[in-house]
Design a protein around this ligand. Sequence first.
Ligand code: OSB
Ligand code: MG
Length: 371
Amino acid sequence: MRVTHASLHLVRLPLVHRFRTSSHAKDHLDHILVRLTDESGAAGWGEIASASDPFYSPETVDTCWLVAERYLLPAVVGARWEDPAEVAGLWAKVRGHQFAKAGVDIAAWTLWSLSGGVSLATALGGVRDSVVAGVSLGIEPTIDDLLAQVGKHVDAGYPRVKLKIAPGWDVEPVRAARSSFPDLQLHVDANGAYGESEEEVRALRALDEYGLSMIEQPFAPRNLLAHAALQRDIETPVCLDESIDTLDDLRTAVVLGALKVLNIKVSRLGGLGPAVAAHDLAAEHDIPVWCGGMHEFGVGRAANVALSSLPGFTLPSDVSASDKYYERDVVTPPITASAGVVEVPTGPGLGHVVDEAFVQASEVRTVELRA
Ligand code: OSB
Ligand code: MG
């Protein structure tokens, strides 16, 4: 296979509901869509789902654009490869920049599966024909607003709800959600906002009595020791997100006992190939995994659905339907969920068609490269 033409498309979509985490709030998102074409003219799409600001990861939309334009696309355009797993080798000298790499990697997998006439899920080793979706809810102005959001998504059929927490917004919202929804699969995500002060660790320990399915990333990304210490103290499984950018990070965290559950994000790990490898490694250590999200547009979301069809994804993934986030998505049909279940497409590639006219109408910036 040889990519003869590549382009980047910075696309802005408004969010239907403002999303606040421990670090920031967003009303719209700018993601970079990646389009690769081969000699036959077939187009494979990928998505760089980086945030605009370096608050979740050190990457931003601008760093992703720079690295993709200057290093990743020039490495891919014109090169010959047989299997998308080889594509990461083309940019092996580039350190870090996982989100930028992931977008190009997804496009290569999509192009390859499309050309082979198989679904992306099949190409990745998927075994399920549907996946269970959870929702991730941001910090709301009041507890009543939060309960209204939880109720709305429970009514829509989602079986698992994750709540963003931060010091000062933790035990009270969790107590309220648990008392209103006693049987709901509930978990919390702190995005690394907690320190190791007695007061902050006490609040995390206090969450142990609410039957949460996990506490996601309470401490700073590189602080594996704090996660291991908390896991020794509480029954609730500790889940790592921001701490795990590479398979080496995962190996270290396992040895330290810093996690019982892994959030696999295609973006954070640098692509679908590394995401599958993380899934395999977690399975060897009996660590259940789920697929995390970055509010992906339809391209990245379809890739997440395909990945979630692998056997180790036994917990609900953040692959909610497009309409939780966007009025109109960049793919047709949009991703839909019925009673919290998303069907895994069986058609070639992503199984969704990119609405190129809508992409063009919504794009803020574009660049192309030819062999
Ligand atoms: O930590 O999982 C996270 C969104 C942006 C940045 C980080 C995170 C999230 C989410 C949203 O939780 C998950 C989704 O619905 O895509
Ligand atoms: Mg998270």
